[in-house]
Write a protein that binds this ligand. Structure first.
Ligand code: NAD
Length: 360
């Protein structure tokens, strides 16, 4: 399978592929939160449940006022990994208020709750993302009870996505850095994973190049709207690329650790990515190294972590060493493809911060 320059030719050749893009309307621009009411009207929605809590409470309240006659209410709580309990409460509110659509403002937690409701109630979603998680571009959603379960359903993918860089200047430096790594992880899966989709690779390469340039700037200068805009653009590219190709070992391991050990989703991406890239033999990592401007993908990822202050080991994000065995067992059980000892080796390296290649 040709993945690099073809011997004897100075260019890449296109191999057989399938390209399928779900329709989505994307509005991008500083101040574009004010365009939500028009977009809601264009979708002919009359009773919209706004999902906006925590850091998105203020824009959520503002939208509630702007949208007044078309608002069913505002659900003010969101949480990582979409806890089942929260889904029940939000379903009750959407049902009681007769909601005919959903509008989420916030990071992947808000988008994720809206997508879970969309799956259960068959309601359209308008998403206003404020991190680089990229969930707004995919048809994947998750709900966490005893374990985190994910599913794919084209109906949950937001119909309209509104990117407003001005909403993201308050994202703290650590969350900015780790969320940026979440997007890099999406792009890495699309750029060098076994699924081949050349348009997605184009998106993914551009996403990584943009993040490598803009992420250190946004961490240093959170109010830099150009850097914030570039990062939202990259998040959309990376999420769209992932939607076209699907995830791999890295993402599955992030879900196992996030759902089972209470770690923060974006932090797990930052902590694990260089280690999973070193261990996953199905990846052809040259294009990622190239996009990062490094000799090796792992070196480039570690350098990006150093320049942005992102945590780059499981120890740095609070994973206790005495839970690694349980995590390896769960990973072998839920992901498969390798035994518990292999996952333990990978997790040990990720915990102690070395990117030596895990034996296959
Ligand atoms: P998040 O939405 O929980 O946000 C992280 C933190 O940043 C929160 O404290 C939030 O209040 C704060 N925050 C968000 N935007 C802010 C802003 N603009 N200013 C100030 N603070 C802000 O976390 P996340 O990393 O965006 O999303 C994680 C969730 O998304 C996980 O549940 C993950 O599984 C899911 N996810 C799903 C997909 C998918 O395709 N289904 C993709 C990526 C992530």
């Amino acid at each position: 399978m040709a993945r690099g320059p073809v011997p004897g030719k100075a260019w890449y050749v296109i191999r057989d592929f399938v390209h399928e893009v779900a329709p989505a309307r994307v509005i991008f621009g500083s101040g574009s939160l004010d365009r939500v009411p028009d977009e809601i009207a264009a979708l002919d929605l009359h009773r919209v449940l706004i999902i906006a809590g925590g850091s998105a409470s203020a824009p959520g309240q503002r939208l509630e006022r702007q949208l007044a006659p078309r608002v069913a209410g505002r659900f003010p709580e969101v949480a990582q990994h979409v806890p089942e309990q929260l889904v029940h409460q939000a379903v009750a509110m959407a049902t009681d208020t007769g909601a005919d659509g959903l509008c989420s403002i916030g990071g992947g937690s808000a988008t994720g709750l809206a997508k879970a409701l969309a799956a259960l109630l068959e309601l359209p979603v308008v998403a206003v993302p404020t991190t680089y998680a990229g969930s707004e571009a995919t048809s994947v959603y998750g709900i966490t009870g005893e374990r985190k379960r994910t599913a794919t359903d084209a109906r949950v993918r937001p119909r309209t996505v509104i990117y407003d860089p001005a909403l993201t200047t308050g994202l703290p430096a650590r969350e900015t850095a780790t969320s940026g790594f979440n997007a890099v992880a999406h792009a890495t899966a699309a750029l060098c994973g076994p699924a081949y989709e050349p348009a997605a690779r184009l998106y993914a390469g551009e996403a990584i190049r943009t993040i490598a340039r803009a992420l250190p700037v946004a961490v240093r200068a959170p109010d830099d709207l150009d850097a914030r805009g570039d990062l939202l653009w990259a998040a959309w590219l990376a999420g769209s690329a992932l939607a076209a190709t699907g995830t791999g070992l890295h993402h599955r391991l992030c879900h196992v650790l996030g759902g089972g050990f209470g770690l923060v989703h974006a932090e797990i991406h930052a902590a694990l990515l260089a280690h999973t890239v070193a261990a996953d033999q199905t990846l052809a990592t040259g294009p990622v190294a190239h996009a990062l401007g490094a000799d090796e993908a792992t070196t480039g990822l570690r350098d990006l972590a150093r320049r942005t202050g992102a945590p780059d080991s499981l120890a740095a994000i609070g994973m206790p060493a005495d839970r690694l065995d349980a995590a390896a067992r769960l990973a072998a059980d839920m992901i498969g493809g390798h035994d518990q000892a292999w996952f333990r080796g990978l997790l040990d390296r990720a915990h102690s911060d070395t990117t030596e290649r895990t034996p296959s």
